[in-house]
Design a protein around this ligand. Structure first.
Ligand SMILES: Nc1ncnc2c1ncn2[C@@H]1O[C@H](COP(=O)(O)OP(=O)(O)OP(=O)(O)O)[C@@H](O)[C@H]1O
Length: 594
């Protein structure tokens, strides 16, 4: 086959080096070139995009006589090559000059509220949404929880009831979404954490946390120079969540290290909201606590704190034996006040002063923070003395040990010498600094729980740090009556086998059989749960249960409670669970024990 004759590509003449004073005629491309594109540009494009030469050869083969088609094609490519960067720069300049924007780390609760709104109102309602992250079944529920959505999915969010496994949840994909709120346009974009050559460490642009770890982020953009529309939109999303999420409470757990998935110190779960009336406790204490917390978050109280120059903080100490509802009440109070609950467990022994400080810095303005079992975390007077904290003139208590110990199951043993405290890296001064140092955020409600308040340093519980001390005690007759009605009565009445009157009679005789001020709510709850809504079974078993449980020696109680302690493989698994990288790995039911 004879070789195909290629149309020659005209090259510009080589530049002539002129001697000083010598006149040189400069090469000039004629204005009216036979083709549409200057030949040197064609060569440059052909060099840059080798595919063009292939196309050119192909066209030359099929249309040997015509040069016009390839000329036009190359012209279009050239035009695109010139116009596209200009358009991109013009767009960037326009957006920077005439719009305002905010960028928020995706794990931030504010970002989750925005994602939730965009999911519900833009993605799920969008007729033209072609791509979205779709989650169904358990994965959907988990994803929805991770994004602060109702575990039942979006349809429950709108007040309908559907089976959870039928739910499909869509969240906006990584990319951009354009929408209007009223007459104002917004551009929402989700950007993935950039890892690799374009990572921030390599000069790329991505949001990073304080350790430089890239983060997923969202960006909101709207026309105008004022940030107010964006702030209003963020508030609107927050209110939307509060209105639509009446059935749940966001619970955050402190992680001992940064979560590599989220880049954050707090891990979240969404739990069904616990109502205050499901907590059995002294009615007067409950009413006092609730009205105090409500007043603290009222506008009047905010103004009072501001006018008087008092730091806007409030603290409670909940003390009492384990299983009396200190943590449960804190969660119920958070639900009642429509705010999130943040749980810190210092007894893990791997929280440092700096880490604790950062945990407090990451708190939102309105939230409830619970430091659990503050006495079992080993912050004793020795540490206070060793720290910079001035020595406290603390009266020794007859009941308090010098150093508070924890038993292997994490409970304080009153009658025995305390076990050696866990190695603890939080000092008393570090703790005080985190909770109310100058850099500590205002607006939070701090609750410390303790099984033995006498062992606490006075510096920790002084007025201003702890404003109310509430005892959570063992069950009195009224509480026993109420818990029977709640745990047995509701199911029994619903099954239509018993009337309300019959249940009230059962509850009265049950509360007479169970001695007052002897058992914790957790113990009674455990017994009634085993009766599975059968009042006859409860009444038949109660005497034996009372005898067995009351006569149980502390050693037996210890043995029994040890059985409830998770086996070692699960305990070892938990820290790894917190550091798992993907939501799939962390989905409920996905247990990975090697
Ligand atoms: N007062 C109560 N009313 C209703 N349920 C309660 C009450 N106290 C405890 N419970 C039940 O007992 C279990 C343990 O309660 P919770 O963890 O709140 O106790 P706690 O006092 O915080 O214990 P700990 O000191 O060991 O942390 C929960 O399932 C809760 O429902």
């Amino acid at each position: 086959m004879p070789p195909i004759a290629m149309p020659p590509i005209a090259m510009p003449p080589k530049p002539v080096k002129a001697a000083r004073g010598q006149q040189v005629e400069l090469y000039r491309e004629p204005l009216t070139t036979p083709g549409l594109v200057p030949s040197y540009m064609k060569r440059a494009i052909a060099d840059a995009i080798p595919m063009i030469e292939v196309v050119q050869r192909f066209l030359a083969r099929v249309q040997p006589g015509s040069g016009a088609t390839i000329e036009k094609f190359v012209a279009l490519v050239a035009l695109y090559k010139v116009v596209w960067p200009v358009w991109s720069y013009a767009k960037i300049i326009f957006l920077r000059s005439f719009t305002s924007r905010i960028s928020i780390s995706e794990h931030d609760p504010v970002a989750q509220e925005i994602i939730q709104w965009v999911s519900a109102e833009v993605v799920n309602k969008g007729l033209l949404s072609t791509s979205a992250t779709v989650m169904t079944g358990d994965m959907g529920r988990f994803g929805a929880e991770a994004y602060g959505l109702h575990p039942g999915g979006m349809s429950q969010l709108r007040g309908q009831s559907k089976r959870q496994s039928d739910e499909v949840n869509c969240i906006p994909p990584v990319g951009k979404k354009f929408f209007w709120v009223g007459f104002r346009p917004f551009l929402f974009s989700r950007t993935g954490a950039v890892i690799g050559p374009k990572s921030p460490q390599a000069g790329g642009r991505s949001m990073v946390d304080y350790q430089g770890t890239p983060q997923n982020a969202i960006v909101l953009l709207t026309p105008g120079w004022s940030l107010h529309p964006l702030m209003d939109f963020v508030k609107y999303c927050h209110e939307y969540r509060l209105i639509n999420m009446t059935g749940t409470t966001n619970i955050y757990f402190s992680s001992s290290r940064v979560d590599p998935y989220s880049g954050h110190l707090w891990s979240t779960v969404v739990k069904a909201r616990r109502k205050l009336d499901t907590i059995d406790m002294d009615a007067a204490s409950k009413a006092e606590l609730v009205s105090d917390a409500e007043y603290y978050y009222s506008e009047e109280s905010k103004k009072f704190f501001a006018d008087c120059g008092i730091p806007y903080r409030r603290g409670y100490l909940f003390y009492g034996p384990p299983g009396t509802g200190k943590t449960s009440f804190s969660a119920a109070l958070a639900g009642h006040l429509s705010c999130d609950l943040y749980l810190i467990n210092l007894a893990t022994g791997d929280v440092t002063d700096g880490h604790l400080h950062r945990l407090f810095l990451a708190l939102p303005r309105k939230c409830i923070v619970v430091i659990e079992d503050i006495d079992s975390c080993g912050i004793g007077r020795e540490q206070a003395t060793a720290s910079n904290e001035p020595k406290q003139t603390r009266k020794p208590s007859a009941t308090a040990p010098a150093v508070l110990g924890v038993m292997p199951n994490g409970m304080y043993s009153p009658g025995q010498p305390p076990a050696a405290p866990k190695r603890n890296m939080v000092t008393l001064s570090g703790l005080l600094n985190a909770i109310d140092g100058n850099a500590s955020a205002e607006g939070r409600l701090l609750i410390m729980t303790s099984n033995n308040p006498d062992g606490l340093d006075e510096a920790l519980t002084r007025p201003g740090r702890i404003d109310l001390k509430i005892c959570f005690g063992k069950m009195m007759s009224k509480a026993i009556y109420d818990i029977f009605k709640r745990l047995i009565g509701r199911a029994a009445i619903a099954s239509k086998q018993y009337t309300e009157h019959q249940i009230e009679e059962f509850a009265s005789s049950f509360s007479e059989k169970v001695p007052a001020n002897t058992f914790t709510p957790a113990q009674v709850q455990s017994f009634l749960q085993n009766c599975r809504g059968d009042p006859i079974k409860a009444m038949e078993g109660v005497d034996a249960w009372v005898k067995k449980t009351r006569d149980q020696s502390p050693e037996d109680a210890m043995k029994e409670s040890k059985l409830l302690v998770p086996p070692p493989e699960v305990t070892e698994f938990l820290p790894r669970y917190h550091s798992m990288a993907t939501p799939l790995e962390r989905a409920p039911g996905f247990v990975m024990i090697e």
